[in-house]
Design a protein around this ligand. Sequence first.
Ligand code: MF3
Ligand code: CO
Length: 252
Amino acid sequence: MSIIYKSPREIDLMREAGRAVAGALDLAETLVKPGITTGEIDAAIAAYFQERGCQPLFKGYKGYPATICASVNEEIVHGIPGPRVLKEGDIIGIDLGAKWKGYCGDAARTYAVGAIAPKAARLVHAARESLDLAIRLVGPGVRLTQIGGAIQQYAESLGYSVVRQFTGHGIGTAMHEDPQVPNYVDSTTRRSDVVLKPGMVIAIEPMLNEGTYETETLKDRWTVVTRDRKLSAHFEHTVAVTTDGRDVLTKR
Ligand code: MF3
Ligand code: CO
């Protein structure tokens, strides 16, 4: 494992990438409505990045074909945008990343399509809360197991499960750097625990499921769904560790 520390100048560049990411997620929020297709949202975000002069981070990554990931209802992550039409009551996780002058930003939010069922709203709220409480913990001297443990404890106290197959990650000039940032604790995550230090930048991205945390990958080889086809919600921010706390880079 080798963690790459970022200088204040590099963190400024990551903040610029992060601003574009936040702007794109704000744009997505205005577009998510019954009747739009996930492909139309993808095209709008691609145009937005082009206008801002930044590169989409996901397109071409291991052959990924689109700018955003659009994961609807039981889809957890990596849903490929296309002809699917959003309908009232759906929830949609939109995950996207941008590169600016060689530096990356990565974030995700889950949106309601029109009016959604209370149980869907509760899950989305819990997933957002789990990310927020994780971010509040970030600072020098904090261990990743404290963060993962807090997410897991909060989610499970509400009866939700935390996806284990995917974790957050270090981020810099590459989308995925060391360390992995798990949203749960077990003997393996304890063994690979990391103490946060100033200059580290991590993407924290909890995925909370209504039912089992077990996943399945669809035949398109990308879309990851819950094994029991119950709902899943996902939020992500790119966060720098500072000398006295944290700096959320994927905000406006
Ligand atoms: N936020 C996800 C991640 O950090 C997005 C990757 S999607 C991919 O892994 F298409 F680029 F793989
Ligand atoms: Co990520």
